[in-house]
Design a protein around this ligand. Structure first.
Ligand code: HEM
Length: 543
């Protein structure tokens, strides 16, 4: 006999079972009641007109997490149709106010750090991975000084030496890795294939460690460092962002890996104190720096900045490289144009291609526009968030409840800007979904204007504490963020991506294994191509 019918069988059993019944009813009905109350609350109770509209959601606490998590761009575009450029959605109990468009970007990224705080938004997620006393674990002005120290390691002089190193690493990878087995067999004119992201992830960490991270990290990659990196990376997921401390194995491994990796860098620093630096790398640069009060960087801070840089650059660059390769494989004309650009600039009388210098690399318009276009459609970071520290009025030019009204984003909310939306907004761009690097070569076009506002070579420069930079907050194109939290790895990323792509394109031709470029996977922190994402390749100049 079923439990429920037993409950109703006799008065006696009813009495005996009533606590069980009450629990059962509570289990069945309280979520239902919570859903009904949540819906009624949204539909019946008049809304405070000074607050941005809230996106309708069935489930309390969870809110719009599922729609946002599965496809944030689709979610944002749909919400814009219904609510306009500014609206609030619920994300696992957090109230997130989104501000879309170039004006929205400006509102969020141009905001004062005393009102919109990156550290309050991110520290729970980043500090267990990067470590104490750096980045979002310190007050904003201290982090700005740390960004200044990192810039010392990103000089043109260092970049000059990196071109050849990156080329060497890619060359060696193609000559030795199993993914390029067919390429290694000189006498076989067949197509091989590789997973775009698996290959780019390996090439990215090899090239970043050979250059910025330094030779000790590069040689560690063949040993224990790779496992530490994987465990640390396993703690850098959307789950960790939403729930910083769960009793899960991956969290334990993250914490363990952080301790070991921190010690790994501290050991390098101590050895270098004894034997000296002999490299143009980041550890060498950081060891020379001092805070404004004269304090040098303690070893653990250098170690933690190095971990932060490793994590900041790895997925962003490898995702961008994967997307660029996939689009090149899908577009024979662009691939040919890119190859021709190499042949015309670096071809030698003996029919070979010589290496390029950093100065030459910076003057390659086709390569430049391939990277720009890849970052337009696939900015690795689709949502940039800040936590609101004090009530902030929304400029009426961005959104307003009525002609004379103003919305206020209250303290405790998060604000969110999405360049991923403004970079493919059909109101701004023609054929926004089409990968078309030539759009960047029209000096009067939307792309050039957006880029000028972003780079703003001759315009307004602001020093947030890490050297003068273009503000760029009100551009619809801002794959590297803008304002005080703007990326400092931009030039390095361009160099790394550019040399990796051209080294590969010089050696092999590419085509897609599938009919079209894969869809975007938003379930990872950085937007990656969904599987299958195989690229077929064949050695060039086969004879
Ligand atoms: C910040 C994108 C590569 C280091 C940022 C931000 C974006 C971004 C959007 C702003 C985050 C925010 O405002 O919350 C990218 C892309 C890359 C890339 C698209 C490659 C294609 C790198 C590399 C490094 C790096 C290679 C290190 C060498 C940083 C740092 C910040 C930053 C230190 C500052 C964070 C802050 O001030 O809050 N990046 N990045 N990035 N990035 Fe990158």
């Amino acid at each position: 006999m079923g439990y429920v019918s037993a409950v109703f069988d006799s008065t006696q059993s009813y009495v005996l079972a009533s606590p069980g019944r009450a629990i059962l009813l509570a289990v069945v009905y309280s979520p239902l009641l919570a859903i009904i109350l949540n819906v009624l609350h949204q539909l019946v109770i008049p809304r405070d007109p000074s607050l941005p509209p809230v996106v309708f959601h069935w489930f309390p606490f969870i809110g719009s997490a599922i729609s946002y998590g599965n496809d944030p761009l689709n979610f944002f575009f749909k919400c814009r149709e219904k609510y306009g450029d500014v609206f609030t959605f619920i994300l696992f109990g957090r109230k997130v106010t989104v501000a879309l468009g170039a004006k929205g970007n400006n509102f969020v990224l141009g905001g004062k750090s005393t009102a919109f705080s990156a550290e309050d938004a991110y520290t729970h997620f980043t500090t267990p991975v990067f470590g104490k006393d750096v980045v979002y674990d310190v007050p904003n002005e201290v982090f700005m000084e740390q960004k200044k120290f990192v810039k010392v390691g990103l000089t043109t002089e260092n970049f000059r030496s990196y071109v050849g190193m990156i080329e060497d690493e890619v060359d060696e990878f193609m000559k030795t890795d199993a993914a390029f087995l067919i390429y290694q067999m000189n006498d076989i004119n067949e197509w091989g294939r590789f997973d775009a992201t698996d290959v780019m992830a390996q090439i990215t960490i090899l090239t970043a460690s050979r250059t910025l991270q330094g030779k000790e990290v590069r040689s560690g990659l063949d040993k224990s460092f790779s496992q530490l990196y994987n465990d640390l990376d396993g703690g850098f997921t959307p789950l960790n962002f939403m729930f910083p401390n769960l009793p899960l194995e991956s969290y334990r491994r993250r914490d363990e890996a952080h301790k070991k990796m921190s010690q790994f860098y501290v050991d390098i620093i101590q050895k270098r104190k004894q034997f000296g630096d002999d490299e143009h790398d980041m550890i060498a640069a950081l060891r020379t720096q001092k805070y404004r009060d004269g304090r040098p960087l303690p070893d653990h801070e250098i170690a933690h900045i190095m971990i932060a840089l490793l994590m900041a650059g790895q997925h962003t660059s490898s995702a961008t490289g994967s997307w660029a390769m996939l689009h090149l494989a899908n577009s024979p004309e662009t691939q040919e144009a890119l190859y021709r650009e190499q042949v015309e600039n670096f071809g030698t009388p003996d029919g070979k291609l010589r290496s390029m210098t950093y100065e030459e690399f910076r003057k390659l318009p086709i390569l430049d526009s391939v990277i720009r276009e890849t970052l337009r459609i696939h900015p690795p970071i689709h949502s940039i968030m800040r936590k609101v520290r004090s009530d902030v009025p929304v400029p009426p030019t961005l959104a307003a409840p009525s002609e004379n009204g103003t919305y206020v984003v209250p303290k405790g909310h998060f604000v969110l800007a999405s360049a991923a939306v403004s970079q493919v907004d059909p109101i701004i761009w023609s054929n926004p979904e089409v990968f078309d690097p030539t759009r960047w070569s029209d000096p009067e076009g939307v792309a050039a204007q957006a880029f000028d506002t972003y780079a703003d070579e001759n315009g307004e420069k602001i020093d947030y504490g890490f050297g003068a930079v273009s503000k760029g907050t009100d551009s619809p194109y801002q794959p590297f963020g803008a304002g005080r939290h703007r990326c400092i790895g931009e030039q390095f990323a361009y160099l790394q991506l550019g040399v990796v792509l051209t080294t590969i394109i010089r050696r092999v031709e590419l085509r897609l294994e599938t009919d079209s470029v894969p869809e975007q996977n938003y379930h990872t922190m950085i937007t990656m191509p969904k599987k299958p994402r195989n690229i077929c390749f064949r050695r060039r100049n086969f004879d």
